[in-house]
Design a protein around this ligand. Structure first.
Ligand code: 5RP
Length: 245
């Protein structure tokens, strides 16, 4: 695997543009490193978000070569783009277990804990990650943090949503345009837990045990096979806690 793709040169851009351009280039570098793991005939889980958009582009460039690969998408947006690029997209239950799943993240800590769900698709993303023998996370270096912090995305049921938010003590619906809140691909409400994240495992247990919470965006290290982090020096690979099978 190539870990030295990121090139940081771009002289003519303004400071603000350069920042966004650099981040985009890093996302692309991480995504392209992960795309190299995908071979024809594989069953592939596809995450959601702007980093995954780079992954889809990279896989789309190889659509002919990957014509026997079967993909499972974690959101309607990912499914639509993947199909437009010539990839076959099926349901998870049609495909069964996956060889690899590749997805972005909002935060990655040194132990391998992730916060996901910036796009509100973390429930499907967690199911797909769990169905994969190998779960690969792709991030630009800004996502690698010393300690996780709020917000932690939540998918919650509409029924009793206000009660659920009160029970969590420090959570709010994520604004969703004209709607009550942003919704998940399955029509539930997206909220953000805004309290402290000092002990991710304890918080994950508490969030899971709160009635009305469908799923939270904390992913434990044992779900993650590896994290590809693209920064100024290229793409670094951090091994996760999910054993190879
Ligand atoms: C979507 C996610 C995304 O992977 C996460 O929000 C990162 O997004 P991006 O690649 O756009 O920075 O969890 O639910």
């Amino acid at each position: 695997m190539a870990f030295d793709r990121a090139s940081e040169a771009s002289a003519s851009l303004s400071h603000e543009d350069l920042d966004q351009a650099t981040i985009d280039r890093r996302k692309d570098a991480a995504a392209r490193a992960a795309a190299e793991l995908v071979e024809d005939g594989m069953r592939v889980g596809l995450g959601t978000g702007s980093t995954v958009a780079h992954l889809l582009t990279a896989l789309g460039e190889r659509a002919q070569e990957l014509r026997n690969a079967r993909c499972v998408a974690t959101s309607p947006q990912t499914a639509r783009v993947a199909r437009e690029l010539g990839l076959e997209v099926l349901g998870l239950d049609e495909v069964g277990e996956l060889d690899v799943a590749i997805d972005g993240a909002d935060q990655v800590d040194p132990e391998g804990w992730l916060v996901k769900g910036g796009g509100g698709a973390h429930t499907r993303e967690k199911i797909v990650a769990a169905a994969a023998r190998r779960f690969v996370v792709i991030v630009s270096a800004e996502k690698a943090v010393a300690r996780l912090g709020p917000p932690v995305p939540l998918e919650i049921l509409r029924f009793g949503a206000e009660r659920t938010l009160r029970a969590l003590g420090g959570a709010r619906l994520r604004p969703g345009g004209d709607h009550l809140a942003q919704t998940s691909p399955d029509g539930n409400l997206i909220a953000d837990y805004t309290g402290p994240v000092d002990d991710p495992r304890r918080l994950a247990t508490r969030l899971s045990e709160t009635p009305g919470v469908v799923e939270h965006g904390l992913f434990a290290p044992e779900m993650v096979s590896e994290v590809l982090i693209a920064g100024a020096g290229g793409v670094q690979r951090r091994v996760g806690g999910k054993p190879p099978t």
